[in-house]
Design a protein around this ligand. Structure first.
Ligand SMILES: Nc1ncnc2c1ncn2[C@@H]1O[C@H](COP(=O)(O)OP(=O)(O)OP(=O)(O)O)[C@@H](O)[C@H]1O
Ligand SMILES: [Mg+2]
Length: 365
């Protein structure tokens, strides 16, 4: 799948902009702060209805304006699909081929992309939330029903937390928590199962990539940390754990067990990558995860997703950079790469180069 056309209106630092992309590699070149990442963000927003960089959508509107509009024409399995996003405060419209989608889960996953930026190092470096987000994002692209599942689960966790912090008497609290727990179990079991399945798939696809990116004496493993050491055990234990923890939850006034506290442990060379892998090794591990994501989507959809590389090439060592370039060039994958300085090794005679300057884009001939 690939993006053919992108129109932006009042999005970030773009007033009105139209870009025609090509299949294969597309380069966005410009100094710092010109609007390269904003283009990647626009594509991501168009595909997912969300942006990883914002708290509120209002931040995406060009300053002094009241709304933004994005429109993209994508090609998937030899047909064109038009995606549109319009946003003004308190009004958000997402359309597929001119038809409005009521729910985000009807929209997400129509076109897929894998996005890789230097911030993805946080998947390894930071807390469990980053790893859950990475996994949930992948699941949501391929199983959009995971989105409402997560939303409902997190809504109940919020309600249960409010209840635990209230000053109700113990017995009343217990009976009300019981009601929430039953719903949490129903939703939580499905989330654990989805996440477990996708951790398995990531492991399967990471392995061969890992062996090429690192020398064979190293190994990599992903372990979904939840209520059991196997999926069967985790699913069996979860309802028991949630009820056993009730007294402790009431005492601590917080929800202590459930997939909102699970983690994906990333093991590198038999040790936790977060603690023992070097910065460069961590970056290469993220590269493995991202390329595994590409392969999983290819396997399900029959086409590669669009690869969006924001500023990552300069961060990799020459071997891994070359590996990534060979990966991009082999078989049909559209890749949009941003960088500050043009690197000759990336250019072939038909590589489009887009110069980004103060929220304007011009194709270099
Ligand atoms: N809502 C907005 N309205 C207008 N301009 C904005 C808005 N949000 C961000 N900007 C501007 O967009 C620019 C940043 O764009 P972007 O992050 O795409 O830069 P970049 O080209 O990727 O730079 P770098 O090389 O540093 O990553 C900044 O100049 C910022 O002031
Ligand atoms: Mg940038």
């Amino acid at each position: 799948m690939y993006i053919k056309d992108l129109h932006l209106k009042n999005f970030r630092n773009y007033k009105v902009q139209h870009i025609q992309f090509q299949q294969g590699i597309n380069l966005l070149i410009g100094s710092n702060g010109q609007g390269k990442t904003n283009i990647i963000e626009a594509i991501n927003y168009l595909l997912t209805g969300k942006s990883y960089r914002i708290k509120q959508e209002d931040e995406l509107i060009l300053w002094e304006e009241n709304s933004f509009y994005l429109n993209g024409i994508f090609n998937v399995v030899d047909r064109d699909i038009n995606l549109e996003s319009y946003y003004e405060p308190r009004k958000k419209v997402m359309k597929i081929n001119q038809l409005s989608c009521k729910k985000l889960s009807d929209y997400v996953g129509t076109i897929n992309a894998v996005f890789f930026s230097p911030d993805d190092l946080n998947i390894i470096k930071k807390g469990p939330q980053e790893r859950r987000r990475f996994l949930d994002h992948l699941i949501s692209q391929l199983r959009p029903a995971h989105i409402p599942l997560l939303n409902s689960y997190l809504r109940i966790i919020k309600q249960k937390n409010i209840l635990l912090k209230s000053e109700k008497n113990y017995n009343l609290l217990k009976s009300q928590i019981q009601v929430w727990n039953e719903q949490l179990i129903e939703l939580g079991l499905k989330i654990i199962k989805n996440r477990w399945d996708f951790t398995d798939r990531l492991n399967e696809y990471c392995s061969p990539i890992f062996n090429q990116i690192f020398s064979p004496e190293y190994n990599m493993d992903l372990i979904y940390l939840t209520t059991g050491k196997s999926l069967e055990e985790a699913l069996e234990n979860f309802p028991d754990y949630i009820f056993k923890k009730m007294a402790q939850e009431i005492e601590r006034k917080a929800v202590l067990v459930g997939p909102h506290r699970d983690d994906v442990q990333i093991i590198f060379n038999n040790k936790e990558a977060k603690l023992f892998a070097s910065q460069g090794q961590q970056r290469a591990l993220v590269l493995c995860l991202k390329l595994a994501e590409m392969e999983i989507i290819l396997n399900e959809k029959g086409e590669y997703p669009i690869l969006l590389l924001d500023d990552v090439l300069s961060e990799l060592d020459s071997y891994r950079r070359q590996y990534l370039m060979n990966y991009i060039r082999s078989s049909q994958k559209q890749t949009i790469i941003t960088m500050t300085d043009l690197e000759e090794e990336l250019i072939t005679c038909d590589t489009p180069i887009f110069e980004v300057n103060k929220g304007r884009i011009r194709r270099k001939d």
